[in-house]
Design a protein around this ligand. Structure first.
Ligand SMILES: *[C@@H]1O[C@H](CO)[C@@H](O)[C@H](O)[C@H]1NC(C)=O
Ligand SMILES: *[C@@H]1O[C@H](CO)[C@@H](O)[C@H](O)[C@H]1NC(C)=O
Ligand SMILES: *[C@@H]1O[C@H](CO)[C@@H](O)[C@H](O)[C@H]1NC(C)=O
Length: 258
């Protein structure tokens, strides 16, 4: 065998294995399988798949799903279009990792979470943001971040968590998409929402643009630490993939030549 054809084969196997392993390692969780463990979330799970939100969730490096049980889902209006369902479910998918501990440890006891509805470009004003607040009694409550909204959903428990990538939290009721009246918004005149490119995975936005009150700081440091560590993990795992691919392709080449 000439040396040029053997290096061609080596190249072929290198790319075969490199692509296989890089592809699989980018999906370290499957929301459909996580929710299948618990029958109470079967409706929510089915709708995530139907709206293709399941694959959006799986493609993220960090995500928190605010899951609704079947009895809550069955009490919601039956005549919603697929687009409406997709928008409502998108408001239940936070583009950052929050488990119970991280919520309860919030320095300011409250945080504005960015959801997939915001990255979809379908949201007006603050519709795509969720307010999570730790109450005096220690309960965590969620509501729309649109000014004047109430915190209508309670954190019930954690369904699953794989830090630092995915957390699934069971909440008591559906978060409504509130109408954001520009005149009512304290953020409107002074600071419009920053532009956010749809589908930008590394974009995390945990706090109001330039809040008039004292909300901010705590979450900013949290998200910096996170992006730093996830990048490190990604770099290590892809180096491992390449090394593995080289070993495997050399092995295959050896078998072939032999
Ligand atoms: C996730 O799991 C479901 C059910 O097992 C499967 O149909 C789907 O293809 C999986 N998705 C990925 C990206 O592996
Ligand atoms: C979240 O809502 C509560 C109750 O309405 C409010 O006190 C708190 O300031 C809000 N949090 C943020 C970060 O705006
Ligand atoms: C990662 O974060 C640590 C502390 O949070 C910091 O000291 C370090 O410089 C960061 N590394 C990178 C590559 O950003």
């Amino acid at each position: 065998m000439s040396s040029s054809s053997s290096s061609l084969i080596l190249f072929f196997f290198f790319f075969l294995f490199a692509s296989t392993f890089l592809f699989t390692s980018s999906n370290s969780f499957n929301i459909t399988e996580i929710l299948e463990q618990n029958k109470d979330f079967s409706t929510f799970n089915k709708l995530l798949s139907q709206t293709q939100l399941a694959s959006t969730i799986n493609s993220r490096q960090t995500v928190t799903v605010l899951a609704l049980s079947n009895d809550v889902m069955s009490s919601s209006s039956p005549d919603r279009s697929t687009d409406e369902i997709k928008n409502i479910l998108s408001l239940h998918i936070v583009v950052d990792y929050y488990d119970i501990k991280k919520l309860k440890d919030l320095k300011d006891k409250t945080v504005i979470l960015t959801t997939l509805l915001q990255s979809s470009g379908q949201a007006k004003g603050r519709q795509g943001f969720v307010n999570a607040t730790v109450m005096k009694n220690g309960d965590v409550e969620f509501g729309s971040a649109v000014p004047g909204s109430i915190l209508s959903a309670k954190l019930i428990d954690s369904v699953a968590s794989q830090p630092p990538s995915i957390s699934v939290l069971h909440i008591s009721s559906e978060l409504p998409i509130m109408i954001d009246l520009p005149n009512d918004s304290p953020y409107k005149s002074s600071s419009p929402l920053p532009a956010q490119p749809p589908g930008d995975d590394d974009y995390t936005y945990d706090e109001p643009p330039s809040p008039p009150s004292s909300a901010p700081a705590a979450s900013a440091t949290a998200s910096h630490g996170k992006s730093n560590s996830t990048n490190g993990v990604a770099a290590i795992s892809s180096q491992f993939d390449v090394a593995f691919a080289v070993v495997m392709s050399s092995f295959c080449l050896f078998m072939k030549v032999w």
